[in-house]
Design a protein around this ligand. Sequence first.
Ligand SMILES: Nc1nc2c(ncn2[C@@H]2O[C@H](COP(=O)(O)OP(=O)(O)OP(=O)(O)O)[C@@H](O)[C@H]2O)c(=O)[nH]1
Ligand SMILES: [Mg+2]
Length: 300
Amino acid sequence: MQIQWYPGHMTRAKRKIEADLKLVDLVIELLDARAPSATQNPDIRRLSKGKQRLVLLNKADLADSTVTDQWIEHFCEEGASCIALDSRKRDGTDRIRKAAETLSKEKRERDQRRGITGPRPLKAMICGIPNVGKSTFINSMLGKSSVKTGNKPGVTRGNQWINVNNELLLLDTPGVLWPRFDDQKTAEALAEIGAISDDVFNPEDLAICLLDTLYRDYRGLLLARYDITPEKLEERLKENEKDSGAVLGVRQEPLAILDLIAVRRGAIKKGGAPDYARAARLVIDDFRSGRIGQISLERP
Ligand SMILES: Nc1nc2c(ncn2[C@@H]2O[C@H](COP(=O)(O)OP(=O)(O)OP(=O)(O)O)[C@@H](O)[C@H]2O)c(=O)[nH]1
Ligand SMILES: [Mg+2]
């Protein structure tokens, strides 16, 4: 499956991020805890070189906590500060504030010594790909819903300063991706977690990719969610093989599982054929909202 998505507003947003980087003491980059590698924007990495960086693994409530711990270790080994969190809650805010203060202390003291500034608030830019939870995170730091959030990519459209208190200013930015995904595994993960507009890929193809990953890494959770026993799956695989013969190059299990999900959830068209498009959307939604379980798509 080929996926690319780089709408024009992202080019403008990237330019604005580049310009505003000069104004901040540090960059707080939100990654999705379920796919911390796929959700790292190489352009932002490049533009913010030389800036202090705090990595937040957001939506950790949806990810496999054992794998998240491995990612934290991985980022720490790289020399970054890294904290996992669920932005909809407020329990991580103190830790994050302290980490931001520690990271920017030296620069702010240096600026003051050079007479560039007097005592002033810490200024941090919040960046990350679309829908990763940047605005939700800012609201949690504020303790109230002040900036607009929404469960689709592209909610925030311009940079906006938020005064958390007189000591901390956060810059909310629009989610940006990069012009070409060299690796389609990255593009698939981005689509699976909802960072890419649902209009630019075929949900059935995406659901098959997702089911393939889940069947490999989280078989127990997947089969339990849809009441699929190994016997039922075996039976379905045999029926499908009889009907169509094995399709070369395509793993049969994800297809058979999608069939069984369609039946189980009543995603059936008039005439009795499975409604694959509906079943696919259902699986993708279940995954995105954590109903299949806590799942990580990538390991360090
Ligand atoms: N489960 C879970 N959902 C979250 C978390 N953080 C944010 N969300 C949800 O993710 C969706 C996107 O959140 P936003 O804060 O609008 O994301 P954004 O990064 O600002 O998105 P853009 O402005 O489009 O770039 C919303 O439905 C949030 O409720 C989290 O830690 N856990
Ligand atoms: Mg936003």
